[in-house]
Design a binder for this molecule. Structure first.
Ligand SMILES: *Cc1c(COP(=O)(O)O)cnc(C)c1O
Length: 405
């Protein structure tokens, strides 16, 4: 018998991290700007940019810090309006408030992706957009870029939880002006904490580097693609010397030492995560009460959790489903029904402007379930989860009668 799988433990950190951490502990060289060259954080930036196919990367303390720096690096003034999907993590509107800008929320569909009609309707009067690919669900980047580019509206991709996702075969996070990823422990690469931004724009990255805390001439330790000197970057740094505040949100060498050996693991984790997800999705979709929305056509996903909608259930039945799944050993969160959920927009009471009723997003949040599905799970563990969820739905809705029997 398979026991309820533990979905909270992370994979062990690759053994290769150990020698580097010992070296750092022995030398005490934890600050990214102490070494003359090749500090672990600098090497991480170079390797990450190469892996994603971007010119520049800047590693910082968290994805939230990278989102904040992106807004600052774009030069958005106080009270600039930044559109986000109404389905995201509270840290995302928080980064906008941190930058003294105003979040504008747009509707999200039952497939967890931006509703393009509402997006287009709200775009005029917006100064930037921050596209949260929430839980790795990619919004229609073709439509978004086609609307934003001609209007000169910058696009920040919050790909914090989307590392490894492809759009038309291209890495997500490389489509907008800036892409941001998280290394927090629940994401595809586990640094405990950490974040990174990628961009091809030398001026933008130079501004972000200085504001992240490259005081005096520490920016000289930031190189161009493949660790080469970049005249374009040097000119940008010279332009911004002493002109920007220092928010000191740097990454420590210890974090980089934990993160770097996981980059070569990424392709395997993404493949395992997608295979596991699609296996459970196909099983859940056999239930009339459970619906896993399909990906968009250009999208190749990199999931480490599964989201599905409960169909034809009353609020009481939804609560009954969650309780029945729990009894069967599987934790389910309904985004809009679990208390104080940080992904339910009505809990973002710090917003400077009321977000509006957003009925479509609200309806989705009241029926959308979230179940962790770490990429290391085995087939019997996936079966355990799928059977618990299908069984829980039957428990509240009654068994599904097979035709012809
Ligand atoms: C995790 C997450 C964040 C925040 O990342 P941190 O590194 O914890 O700041 C932002 N957006 C999304 C979509 C996330 O999943």
């Amino acid at each position: 018998m398979v026991l309820a799988p533990n979905v909270y433990d992370a994979e062990p950190i690759p053994e290769a991290a150990r020698a580097e951490i010992d070296r750092l502990l022995a030398s005490g060289d934890l600050f990214r700007y102490t070494a003359a060259a090749d500090a672990p954080v600098a090497l991480l930036e170079q390797e990450f940019a190469e892996a994603l196919g971007a010119k520049y990367a800047l590693a910082v303390a968290s994805a939230s810090a990278a989102l904040f720096l992106s807004l600052k690096a774009l030069g958005l003034p106080r009270d600039a309006r930044v559109m986000i999907p109404a389905f995201t993590f509270a840290a995302v509107p928080s980064s906008i408030v941190h930058a003294e800008c105003v979040p504008v929320l747009c509707e999200v569909g039952a497939n967890y992706r931006i509703d393009m009609t509402d997006f287009a309707a709200k775009l005029d009067g917006v100064d930037a957009v921050m596209i949260s690919h929430m839980r790795g669900h990619t919004s229609d980047m073709d439509a978004i870029m086609a609307l934003c580019e001609p209007r000169g509206i910058p696009v920040i991709e919050d790909a914090a939880h989307s590392l490894g996702t492809l759009w038309h075969g291209r890495n997500i996070g490389t489509i907008g002006q800036v892409g941001v990823f998280s290394f927090q422990s629940y994401k595809m690469i586990n640094g405990g904490e950490g974040g990174v931004m990628i961009t091809d724009d030398a001026d933008l990255v130079a501004r972000a580097v200085i504001m992240s805390g490259a005081y005096e001439h520490n920016w000289k330790k930031h190189k161009g693609p493949h660790g080469q000197n970049s005249p374009e970057l040097a000119e940008a740094f010279a332009r911004w010397q002493n002109k920007l505040p220092l928010y000191n949100t740097r990454m420590s060498n210890l974090s980089a030492a934990v993160i770097r050996p996981q980059i070569p693991e990424l392709a395997r984790r993404v493949a395992d995560g997608l295979r596991n997800h699609d296996y459970v999705a196909q099983r859940l979709n056999t239930s009339p009460w459970l619906d896993v929305p399909p990906p968009l056509a250009p999208e190749t996903r990199a999931p480490d959790s599964i989201q599905f909608n409960l169909e034809g259930m009353s609020d009481d039945e939804v609560h009954g489903f969650v309780a029945a799944a729990k009894t069967r050993g599987v934790g389910v969160q309904v985004f809009g029904l679990s208390e104080d959920n940080a992904r339910a927009f009505w809990n973002w009471q710090f917003l400077p402007e009321a977000p509006g009723p957003l009925p479509q997003t609200r309806a989705m949040l009241m029926r959308a379930c979230d179940v962790r599905l770490p990429v290391r799970l085995t087939r019997p563990e996936l079966d355990f989860i799928a059977e618990a969820l299908i069984g829980a739905a039957e428990e509240v809705k009654g068994p599904v009668l097979a035709y012809g029997t």
